[in-house]
Ligand binder design. Structure first.
Ligand code: AMP
Ligand code: GLY
Length: 432
């Protein structure tokens, strides 16, 4: 079958790379893709925003499965539009995607279903939000734009002044546009974050190995939140019992509530958890694969990804036997190399050197995020430029290999964290 992947980041490169390895897949197309996807797939210059153009591409190319990478096209109903043409689509309906597109909706659903999450209040008006902050509130609090904000609309506020400023920034100064028309103010949770991804056809779930993102821009979890600066898999913070409990207390009740509410969900449900002293609590839901978590999960997958995703899309995940689902027991670590300045402003167009040298190392794969081809050279074209993944015997080995590979790559003003995986490894760092 032909598979079309929608998107252009590191996650989509990893999806194309893994899909292309499967026996069920003859060809992978990627719209619009990047310089990396063009090595394993055929890039097609079609924008995910123009649904009619995507539908036409699917018809003309006889695509058998569409895999939608990012949240924006899902929230805009691309999966619904494609399903009108009877195409198999991996990705939820717009109604299902509201779980990520509206944090207010997600919190309401969790509170109705008894899914563990931080205490919260929702506000549609600045005055009411400020009144609330003037009352008996325990700080820190977390102020969140309810809508989509590329991982940047969450502000952790140590005191009343910071929280009031955050509300003004989101609701009055519209720092995240219409995404900030509603804010969620929630209790601050401390603990360790873990990502749990579950493939689903809406009824059956297949939980993937755990992973952990590193969201802040700088070492030691300093600086602003980003889309994610590196990841590890597995996470030592959630054992199999913790995963089982997450399935029972989080994933299944959430899917059940979506189904009951006529919000079809065939895709991947990603629960971002905080493992606290009083158990795991949901920080957020995403309705697609994490980026960069995908870049550590998929290299560990030993089966045909196309077959799995098609089974989700066609509602027959229960028929997939255990033998079709096999994992590499090795650990994986990925380090994001970003453009200097990210998540703020940055300059594009710098030539990238050393990718081939890095990939020549055993167990290393370099996934492209914000890259483009210019006159035969690979140049920077986005904030998160590359994710460098290494497999290793254990987390330490994987981490050391990933950083050795990062050391072979060079471009002007490149920035990466030097401590991906360090907390999980008790504070140790890779040798420079
Ligand atoms: P979200 O997009 O809601 O996952 O938030 C982005 C990041 O902000 C999370 O990955 C956490 O690092 C942090 N965060 C969100 N909510 C909370 C919370 N209630 N307590 C502490 N940190 C949080
Ligand atoms: N890595 C966090 C996310 O994909 O939302």
């Amino acid at each position: 079958m032909k598979v079309l992947v929608i998107g252009s980041g590191g996650r989509e490169h990893a999806l194309c790379w893994k899909l292309a390895q499967g026996a069920s897949v003859d060809e992978v197309l990627c719209a619009p893709g990047n310089a990396g996807t063009s090595q394993v797939a055929r890039n097609v210059d079609v924008s995910p925003d123009v649904h009619d153009a995507v539908r036409q591409l699917v018809r003309e190319e006889h695509v058998g499965l569409v895999v939608i990478g990012p949240e924006v096209p899902l929230c805009r109903g691309l999966a619904d539009d494609l399903r009108e043409d009877d195409v198999a689509v991996f990705g939820p309906s717009a109604a299902g995607a509201e779980l990520e597109g509206s944090k207010a909706f997600a919190k309401e659903l969790m509170s109705q279903e008894g899914v563990p999450t931080a205490g919260y209040r929702v506000f549609d008006a600045v005055a009411a939000a400020k009144d609330y902050l003037e009352g008996e509130v325990a700080f820190p609090v977390v102020v969140k734009a309810s809508g989509l904000a590329a991982g940047k609309g969450v502000l952790i506020c140590p005191d009343r002044e910071a929280a009031t400023e955050a509300v003004e920034k989101i609701m009055e100064m519209h720092a995240f546009g219409a995404s900030g028309e509603t804010v969620v103010i929630e209790d601050f949770l401390s603990g360790e974050e873990v990502s749990v991804h579950a493939l689903t056809d809406g009824r059956t779930i297949l939980t993937l190995p755990t992973s952990q993102d590193h969201k802040r821009a700088f070492d030691d979890d300093q600086g602003p939140n980003t889309g994610g600066m590196g990841a590890i898999s597995p996470s030592p913070r959630l054992d199999q019992r913790g995963v089982d409990r997450t399935e029972k207390d989080v994933i299944l009740p959430t899917l059940h509530a979506l189904t009951k509410g006529d919000r079809p969900f065939r895709g991947v449900l990603y629960a971002g958890l905080m493992v606290t002293r009083s158990g795991s609590k949901v920080l957020e839901f995403n309705v697609r694969f994490g980026d960069p978590e995908t870049q550590v999960i998929l290299p560990r997958l030993r089966c045909d990804l196309g077959e799995l995703l098609l089974a989700c899309a066609e509602g027959r995940l229960d028929a997939i036997g255990d033998d079709a689902f096999d994992w590499d027991p090795r650990a994986a670590v990925t380090v994001v190399i970003a453009s200097g300045g990210y998540p703020g402003a940055f300059i594009r167009g710098h030539t990238i050197d050393g990718i081939d040298d890095a990939e020549a190392m055993e167990g290393v794969t370099v996934f492209h995020g914000g890259t483009a081809l210019a006159g035969g050279r690979v140049v920077t074209a986005g904030g998160r430029v590359l994710t460098v993944t290494a497999l290793g015997e254990d987390l330490r080995d994987a981490r050391d290999r990933a950083y050795a590979a990062v050391g072979r790559i060079q471009f002007t003003d490149m920035h990466f964290r030097t401590d991906i995986g360090s907390r999980a490894l008790g504070g140790s760092r890779a040798k420079a």
